[in-house]
Design a binder for this molecule. Structure first.
Ligand code: ATP
Ligand code: MG
Ligand code: MG
Ligand code: MG
Length: 436
């Protein structure tokens, strides 16, 4: 008799019915000649299938092995010990695609990191990796939802560009029909041009950075969630960031509590309000805690120094809660940032720091004064001609505005306690790797 096909995540609704399920053999265990168990995986969940003697006698049975694709047909029964609370008593099954016997040699629990990455296309089928990817998908949905609920519009920005946004040293150059061009470092400049057209906007795009060192939190290609808002204040920007992070995390924990807890047993809602610390406070904190810029000579960090990843992470790990680090000196920040009205050597800028990872967001108010912006180009040695379209934003109806960029993989690292950013994305790109 024909049985309707269902995805595994819906099966609890069909308990005691006869159903058909397609999937891959996640686990396989045979107990003598009369009983075998298959844990079937279809990407939406796991289903325990019980095969009795007649099923085991089928000619294809010896070809069942891990990762073979199959169709299982039978009656669902409630079974509290099975994943999902139901199991399938199989009365008919079909082999769809066999799985070659060298599978175990590709990647297993003892594999070294590089072997796991070479075989990431197989590794992602595992419970942990697929769970991270699923939670990432849901988190991106929640991020988008947060902004759509606030009437933002989503736009798609170009990834091939002829301007820089975050400094020349991390640009990936390419030849574009004989002309020099780069892969985009950030969509921010384009987002700024869209606000007079659409108002509040956001984008979810890859950004490319030719990072010269291998760290736990840097990729060469990452997913950048960026938003830009006209007619806001710096305080509005901080409030939006705190609301975004707390709302998304709260909604994730409400819906996927168990799945997230398996990956990160210590996860807790970030305490509000986020701790506020100026860049100057952070420098003082490093001095007081004797975190030296040059450990050998005990040289302290001083105002004007860039705070690298290690001390930044040490600080937020010690403090143990999210931090808004604000008011970075203009000299160490990008040309587009707005100066603080009460102190023009500082900027209305913010980094969101999270324990375990450090910076996950960089944001600022933008310099919306046409002449001052031109001066900033000169100060940074950037020829403004290529930026005429960006400058026009100031020329035709300039307005106070600000925004931010969130590293999606970094938020995943924090939420799901991933030690390394490479497991927070599908196929990581970093110095020395562009495969698979
Ligand atoms: P970092 O200090 O860690 O190098 P950044 O200050 O250079 O980061 P921004 O230019 O502020 O980064 O970009 C905005 C956000 O994009 C960062 O807060 C971070 O979450 C993310 N990000 C930046 N560079 C990378 C990268 N190489 N890989 C993954 N995410 C990144
Ligand atoms: Mg950087
Ligand atoms: Mg930074
Ligand atoms: Mg930054």
């Amino acid at each position: 008799t024909p049985a309707p096909a269902f995805k595994i995540h819906t099966l609890q609704l069909h308990a005691t019915q006869r159903v058909s399920v397609f999937g891959w053999v996640h686990q396989f265990r045979q107990q003598g000649a009369k009983l075998a168990f298959v844990v079937l995986r279809d990407g939406t969940g796991f289903l325990q299938c019980v095969l009795g003697a007649p099923m085991i006698q089928s000619v294809d049975f010896p070809k069942i092995s891990r990762e073979a694709s199959v169709r299982m047909v039978g009656t669902l029964r409630l079974e509290a010990r099975a994943p999902g609370g139901v199991e399938l008593a199989v009365d008919y099954w079909e082999l769809i695609g066999t799985s070659a016997p060298d599978l175990e040699t590709k990647a297993n629990a003892d594999s070294l990191p590089d072997q796991l990455l070479n075989n990431r296309h197989i590794v992602i089928r595992g419970e942990t990796s697929s769970s991270v990817l699923r939670m990432r998908s849901r988190m991106l949905f929640e991020l988008r939802k947060f902004f759509f609920e606030r009437h933002f519009e989503e736009v798609t920005c170009p990834t091939i560009v002829q301007t820089q946004c975050e400094g020349g040293s991390t640009l990936f150059p390419l030849t574009y029909y004989g002309e020099p061009a780069y892969l985009t470092q950030s969509s921010q400049l384009y987002l700024e041009t869209v606000i007079p057209a659409l108002g509040d906007v956001f984008t979810v795009m890859p950004s490319y950075r030719a990072e010269k060192s291998l760290t736990r939190r840097h990729l060469a290609e990452y997913t950048h969630f960026e938003a830009e808002m006209p007619f806001i204040s710096f305080e509005n920007l901080l409030q939006t960031l705190e609301d975004m992070i707390c709302t998304v995390v709260e909604r994730m924990l409400t819906q996927y509590h168990d799945e997230i807890h398996l990956l990160n047993p210590e996860i807790a809602l970030p305490p509000r309000p986020f701790l506020r610390m100026t860049y100057a406070d952070a420098i003082r904190w490093l001095q007081e805690h004797e975190v030296w810029k040059e450990p050998e000579t005990k040289t302290p960090y001083t105002y004007g120094d860039d705070i690298p990843e290690k001390p930044e992470r040490f600080m937020v790990d010690t403090i143990g809660r999210p931090i808004f680090m604000t008011r970075f000196p203009l000299a160490i920040k990008a040309f587009y940032m707005k100066k603080c009205p009460d102190n023009p050597i500082e900027t209305e800028s913010v980094d969101v720091l999270m324990p375990g990872i450090g910076e996950i967001v960089g944001g600022s108010m933008r310099n919306h004064d046409l002449e001052d912006l031109i001066r900033q180009y000169q100060a940074n040695g950037i020829p403004p001609e290529k930026y005429y379209w960006y400058i026009d934003q100031r020329k035709y109806g300039t307005c106070p505005h600000g925004g931010f960029g969130l590293g999606v993989e970094r938020l995943i690292c924090w939420l799901l306690k991933q030690e390394h950013i490479r497991t927070a994305c599908l196929y990581p790109r970093y110095m020395g790797r562009a495969t698979p």
